[in-house]
Design a protein around this ligand. Structure first.
Ligand code: ADP
Ligand code: MG
Length: 418
């Protein structure tokens, strides 16, 4: 555990840049420091590995005071990633990855092994190790290398100071996913500085909101969104953040609907019957423990029937699914990004417990983005409509306003009971 107690920094002749902050960070936790520019985030971060010496207060790592550790030992246990994660153009990918291990004088064998392990971790081929950064396709692959490089020296704690600040939104989003995935997989402690609340919410287990060198609130994203400590935090979160105004809609569980299923041992004709009865165009396949196995759409079934196949050989198995406890916000983002229509919701045992459709998500998204404003606008529109039809009734008794009641029958919905 990393424990910060009454930490203060006064630069000579200045006001307090960091003013008596105390927080605990558990091992394996992802903590984001967030605040306006000049609030003391970088200073606080750099005191952790003693790049900046504290004026007063104490920092301990697993009970050991960092001031009593020698600098080498300390930096071995703490990695630091600065603002950009650019690669050295004149070094191969391998040389780039093992930059810090080289400083620690690792053996060639150990460095090679580490480089191979890390490139695998970011899903790039081993051949790339001998290439130069300019030979990698696109900035994204280079960025991925930049991220794993931070992990090369095997430190337990990684400090990152706005590493994605300068990236375009899509690259940023992908690298955030990567960082989060690596952090979960490797169980390291991350302390991450950002000024982007979306980034903090997406990545952090706990968020530390700073203002004028002080900690205003230190809590989980959920608790901060539900119970902002004061107006500063409320403003900081922003008025129209997705979902935040609907604290009861936080996880996938809150938004999912009941899926229609067919047992894997049933026939294709039974599947057709069920689909016809429920008026759906795709159906989920489960075993008798309700474990999620796959799905079929009408086209799959037609092909299966024509080919005289069994249901089990007809269903598609490889589908994107979400865990019932995942954050709704992340799921919305993924569904929009991947352009998928229906996403099965499973629990940790891969049991099918629900369904998120693009259609029902869209409702939630609109609602939370435009919220009350949208309701007012709609009310306004309805009133105008009513006014207009009254006028019309007056002028001509025959005129009707059927267009306004045109039904919006969306036949593309699926797995949804009507
Ligand atoms: N080396 C320095 N000397 C004097 N003042 C500094 C120095 N570094 C930072 N500061 C001041 O300390 C405060 C906090 O800075 P910093 O930690 O960089 O904030 P942040 O990272 O949140 O933008 C600011 O008022 C800044 O001007
Ligand atoms: Mg800074």
């Amino acid at each position: 555990m990393l424990s910060i107690k009454n930490l203060t920094k006064v630069y000579s002749g200045h006001k307090k840049a960091v003013d008596d902050i105390s927080i605990d960070v558990q091992s394996g936790e992802f903590v984001a420091f967030i605040g306006t520019s000049g609030s003391g985030k970088t200073t606080a971060l750099r005191m952790i590995n003693r790049m900046i010496e504290a004026t007063s207060g104490q920092i301990t790592i697993d009970g050991k005071d960092v001031r009593k550790m020698n600098a080498v030992e300390l930096r071995r246990s703490i990695g630091y990633v600065i603002q950009q994660i650019g690669l050295m153009p004149h070094m191969t990918i391998k040389e780039n990855i093992v930059l810090v291990p080289k400083l620690w004088k690792w053996s060639q064998e150990k460095k090679d092994k580490k480089a191979r392990e890390l490139i695998k971790l970011v899903d790039l081929p081993e051949e790339y190790l001998d290439r130069y950064p300019s030979e990698l396709s696109g900035g994204q692959q280079q960025q991925r290398i930049g991220v794993v490089r931070a992990l090369a020296a095997e430190q337990d704690i990684i400090l990152m100071d706005e590493p994605f600040g300068a990236l375009d939104p899509i690259t940023r989003d992908t690298l955030q996913d990567l960082v989060k995935e690596l952090q979960k997989k490797l169980g390291k402690t991350f302390i991450f500085v950002t000024h982007d609340m979306d980034e903090a919410i997406k990545l952090a287990d706990r968020i530390c909101i700073m203002s004028n060198g002080k900690v205003v609130q230190y809590d989980t994203p959920d608790n901060i969104l539900r119970h902002p400590a004061n107006d500063f935090v409320r403003d900081f979160i922003g008025q129209n953040r997705l979902i935040q105004d609907r604290p009861n809609m936080r996880t996938v569980q809150d938004a999912m609907i009941k899926p229609i299923t067919v047992g894997v041992n049933e026939t294709l004709n039974t599947a057709v019957d069920i689909m016809r009865r429920h008026r759906i165009d795709t159906i989920f396949v489960v075993n008798n423990q309700n474990k999620f196995l796959g799905y079929m759409d009408i086209e799959d079934i037609n092909q299966g029937l024509r080919g005289g196949k069994e249901l089990i050989d007809t269903m598609q198995r490889d589908i994107y699914r979400v865990n019932v406890n995942s954050k709704l916000q992340d799921t919305v983002r993924t569904i929009l990004k991947r352009n998928v229509r229906n996403v099965p919701v499973v629990n940790n045992q891969d049991t099918l417990v629900g369904l998120i459709t693009r259609a029902n998500l869209v409702d939630i998204v609109y609602d939370s983005i435009w919220g009350e404003g949208a309701e007012e606008a709609q009310y306004e529109a309805e009133r105008n409509e009513a006014e207009q039809s009254k006028q019309q009734e007056k002028t001509s008794a025959e005129t009707t306003v059927n267009e306004n009641n045109a039904s919006h029958d969306d036949t593309s919905d699926s797995g949804v009971e009507r």
